[in-house]
Design a protein around this ligand. Structure first.
Ligand SMILES: [Zn+2]
Length: 93
């Protein structure tokens, strides 16, 4: 994220200054996650940190005021590619 903050559709400001972000998530493909956790098998010479740096994932930042989560694809820049909200939070803002 190159931008330091954004305004949620509810009007609250979501700051991206904290790393790791307390309401930030990484959405990782399962196969990539398995590769990070299990590596390339016996005899593999890469470690989990190296593997984690190589996988692609999406970022999600949840607005603590309303519960909407803004989804970003890091390679696509600072424009959210999706926004969603947990069903149990209702319609909301
Ligand atoms: Zn919000």
């Amino acid at each position: 994220m190159a931008v330091s903050s954004m305004r949620c559709r509810c009007g609250s400001v979501i700051s991206f200054s904290a790393i790791p972000h307390p309401n930030g998530f990484k959405i990782v493909p399962e196969e990539a996650w398995d590769h990070v956790v299990h590596g390339s098998g016996p005899g593999g010479d890469d470690d989990a940190v190296t593997r984690a740096r190589e996988i692609s994932y999406w970022l999600g930042y949840e607005c603590t005021a309303c519960g909407w989560m803004w989804i970003f694809e890091p390679a696509a820049g600072d424009t959210p590619i999706a926004v969603w909200r947990r069903e149990d939070l209702g319609e909301g803002a």
